[in-house]
Design a protein around this ligand. Structure first.
Ligand code: FE
Length: 173
């Protein structure tokens, strides 16, 4: 690479970095791994952290799924076969999202639920990546990608919230 091209590339990088920082108003760093789940907040207030802050507290797989809309491989996550009683919170911000009473055997290799613990805990948006039309599910507080929801679940809702284990933290009880 000649010097002029290298200089141009660095300039583009610098502009991209400035835009990234300038576009993000951070609410302080996210919680460190090992945090306790939040007790049920009356309202869910969105929080925002910079990508650098997320990278500092999430391991690479959690960062890829939560912040880059990745998907863990089926039957590899820590919770698809978890049958313990308890609650599942967001691995990014600790907001309680699901409970074991709503978990069911979907046979997919991902932890699956018929509903969130409260409707306001998740945000659902259309996802048209990978040549499919799906409903993406994200944490309503930190915006972390959790998985997708489908209309082929069992009673009582008929929904299948198909989540990535790495996006969740399970607490027994
Ligand atoms: Fe979150």
């Amino acid at each position: 690479m000649d010097l002029s091209r290298r200089s141009f590339s660095l300039s583009v990088l610098a502009i991209a970095a400035c835009r990234s920082v300038g576009a993000e108003a951070a609410d302080g760093p996210p919680p460190k791994p090992g945090f306790a789940l939040d007790p049920d907040p009356a309202t869910v207030t969105p929080v925002h952290h910079t990508e650098a802050e997320w990278k500092a507290v999430l391991d690479s797989e959690a960062y890829h799924v939560l912040r880059e809309q990745g998907t863990e491989r089926a039957f590899t996550g820590r919770y698809w076969d978890n049958h313990a009683k308890g609650r599942y919170g967001c691995a990014g911000c600790a907001l309680t999202l699901f409970r074991s009473d709503d978990k069911f055997e979907s046979g997919t290799g991902w932890p699956s639920f018929t509903q969130p613990i409260k409707a306001d805990r998740v945000a659902v948006a259309s996802d048209t990546t990978l040549g499919m039309v799906r409903d993406e599910v994200a944490c309503a507080r930190c915006g972390g990608h959790l998985g997708h929801v489908f209309d082929d679940g069992p009673a009582p809702t008929g929904k299948r919230y198909c989540m990535d284990s790495v996006s969740l933290i399970f607490v027994a009880g």
